[in-house]
Design a protein around this ligand. Structure first.
Ligand SMILES: NC(=O)c1ccc[n+]([C@@H]2O[C@H](COP(=O)([O-])OP(=O)(O)OC[C@H]3O[C@@H](n4cnc5c(N)ncnc54)[C@H](O)[C@@H]3O)[C@@H](O)[C@H]2O)c1
Length: 319
């Protein structure tokens, strides 16, 4: 079975690819290795995958339509996990064009191929950002979506294109609304990793909205297990569907910070006001997901945060 993973040098794509390679799946990876954050971290992730003979990598941008088509022609791809995107909510205020190119045109260039090549299923990354400031917590997949920024809007547009594609071309697709994923090999632009990094690099950590945000933090170990169960149960899933990928346990940022302090991670913190693209709280309902894949055992956040700190100490301090 051949699986194409886009955004394979990224946080979620890499962790899932590593898991699948250990299970002996054949993986084809795509990434443009952009410099939104430390390219060296992306290269270090990839280096781990290159140890396997079941791994093939293409450094390509999704905007390069012809090259993407060639990849489909030259590989008999069965499944796709599409994670490549311009991520980040705050960055979208100053760089809206990047979201249009990578997230909307890039998404289209990819899915056009699933019409023409026999792809069994495309799983693609959406985001909790599609809900915007909808406060009907816990938010289930039927809730209205009102994105508050270009990032969330790009994901909403993906969901709508996906829905129409499925209707007219019978292309099987699942949209995955991820909620604040954290853990080993995590993104340095996101709160958890940034906080640890600021401590060790003696930088000031800017705490937005004075720490009054709550996030439905979801551990990467759980995300990988969930993605694998979705793959295994793909025949039981609807032709087109959307799932929240979340722990259904929002945690206030102050609580995370206090736990970090107990673990001796305490950078200098400067409290700042709300950033206009930010959402105050995220809290997803995961009943539909858990019912579909029969997943019960989410890791406890304190254990997972601790694992994240230990990973950083082992992997980021000597480099
Ligand atoms: N991490 C989270 O908490 C979270 C939450 C909600 C949604 N998501 C979504 O999940 C997906 C994966 O997120 P992540 O945290 O791993 O992000 P990431 O930035 O670590 O990974 C994305 C990867 O895609 C690559 N990429 C970006 N644009 C590309 C393009 N045009 N062509 C080829 N490669 C390109 C980047 O180089 C990067 O390696 C993204 O679609 C993101 O929007 C993530």
């Amino acid at each position: 079975m051949k699986i194409l993973i886009t955004g394979i040098a990224g946080f979620i794509g890499f962790n899932f690819a590593k898991f699948l390679i250990e299970k002996k799946y054949k993986i084809i990876g795509i990434d443009n290795l952009n410099d939104y954050y430390d390219v060296n971290l992306k290269k270090r992730r990839l280096k781990q995958l290159f140890n396997s003979k079941n791994f093939k990598f293409y450094k390509v941008d999704l905007i390069e339509k012809k090259k993407i088509k060639e990849i489909f022609k030259n590989n008999n791809i069965d499944f796709i996990f599409h994670f490549a995107a311009q991520a980040g909510v705050r960055y979208s205020i100053d760089h809206p064009a990047k979201y249009i190119d990578s997230n909307i045109l890039g998404f289209y260039n990819l899915i056009e191929n699933i019409k023409n090549f026999k792809i069994k299923r495309l799983f693609y990354a959406s985001s909790s950002s599609v809900y915007g400031e909808n406060k009907n917590f816990p938010l289930n997949e039927k809730e209205h979506i009102f994105p508050k920024n270009i990032y969330g809007l790009s994901k909403k547009i993906n969901e709508e294109i996906g829905f129409i594609f499925n209707k007219y071309y019978n292309t099987k697709m699942i949209g995955l609304r991820f909620f604040t994923v954290y853990g080993e090999w995590g993104r340095p632009d996101m709160m958890m990793m940034k906080y640890i990094d600021c401590f060790y690099k003696k930088k000031i950590f800017y705490l937005n909205n004075y720490g009054n945000h709550s996030r439905d933090f979801t551990y990467i170990g759980d995300v990988v297990n969930i993605l694998y169960l979705l793959l295994k149960r793909h025949k039981k899933l609807k032709s087109y569907d959307l799932f929240n990928i979340c722990s259904n346990k929002p945690i206030n940022l102050k609580k995370i910070i206090s736990f970090m302090k107990k673990n001796k991670i305490h950078p200098k913190v400067k409290k700042v006001s709300l950033q206009k693209a930010d959402i105050l709280k995220t809290h997803g309902d995961n009943k539909k997901l858990l019912k579909s894949i029969k997943y019960k055992k989410f890791s406890h956040w304190k254990i997972s945060v601790r694992k994240t700190i230990v990973w950083y100490q082992k992997n980021m301090l000597k480099n």
